[in-house]
Write a protein that binds this ligand. Sequence first.
Ligand SMILES: NC(=O)c1ccc[n+]([C@@H]2O[C@H](COP(=O)([O-])OP(=O)(O)OC[C@H]3O[C@@H](n4cnc5c(N)ncnc54)[C@H](OP(=O)(O)O)[C@@H]3O)[C@@H](O)[C@H]2O)c1
Length: 293
Amino acid sequence: MKVFVTGASGFVGAAVVQELRQAGHQVLGLARSEASAQALTAAGAEVLRGDLGDLDSLKRGAAAADGVIHLAFNHDFSQYQAAAATDQHAIEALGSVLAGSDRPLVVTAGLAGFEPGRLATEDDVPAAFARLSERTALALVPQGVRALVVRLAPSVHDAGDHGFVPYLIEVARQKGEAAYIGEGLNRWPAVHRLDAARLFRLALENGPAGARYHGVGDEGIAFRDLAAVIGRHLHVPVVSKSTEEAAGHFGWMASFAGLDMAASSTLTQQRLDWHPIHPSLLADLEQGHYFAK
Ligand SMILES: NC(=O)c1ccc[n+]([C@@H]2O[C@H](COP(=O)([O-])OP(=O)(O)OC[C@H]3O[C@@H](n4cnc5c(N)ncnc54)[C@H](OP(=O)(O)O)[C@@H]3O)[C@@H](O)[C@H]2O)c1
């Protein structure tokens, strides 16, 4: 299959490209810079120069492919609304090309926006504030698009991670303490990058229109357990912060750090015969590479 991948030069995308190539697929990767184009070429992918904001480039990519995996996203959280709108328009543009065909459109979604206190399942419908990509993708299904979503855990981890966990480590290093909020019993799911990459491939190959999958290896790590590992590796105390103190410690991440968003991937494992085999987040942290300066 020839697969158009947006975000192919990113942390998750690079693993998805490798996974697709190893399974015998051809990859056409979107690149908005020469550096990204070179990285894709080195990874054995064809390059399509374009940008999420250039909908014609996305349509050209989708038209040239047998399926699409959409991973690209602008992670500048100070511009989140604009990024979500760009994402929405990108998904709609990709869908407009694939409508009426059996060519899959696999869209990245998230795990925020489900009822706290219990494991979210694939069959749960997220709240209105959840990542817009899921609703946008699934709204394409009645228009004849084989659209499906992969809800990724908020921590996709492996060497090279530049997401929430490295941010937490950096904050702990700078503040001289590793923190959690209240009792720290709120849970975060996580998935290893290589397990996530395999899930994207299996979803592309086998997922029916409207399917929702969970990229979840660890169902929920209590935030205080995460803080404990960080504190031990950095040799700093592990402390509880009140909700009022959280912003002073975590900065922009304070609202995320208090979320309870444990999730199951049992149905995904059954439906796609996908099984996470790579280290858990805490085991990955114990390897030490997250703490190397
Ligand atoms: N990593 C995680 O822990 C995590 C957790 C949950 C969900 N996710 C989701 O998984 C997906 C991939 O995340 P990631 O960690 O791989 O992100 P990343 O490393 O930041 O990579 C983002 C990718 O998107 C591309 N991109 C960003 N803005 C673009 C634009 N305007 N036009 C074209 N390409 C653009 C980047 O291209 P350049 O190479 O040119 O910058 C890069 O390939 C995202 O949807 C993300 O929200 C990630």
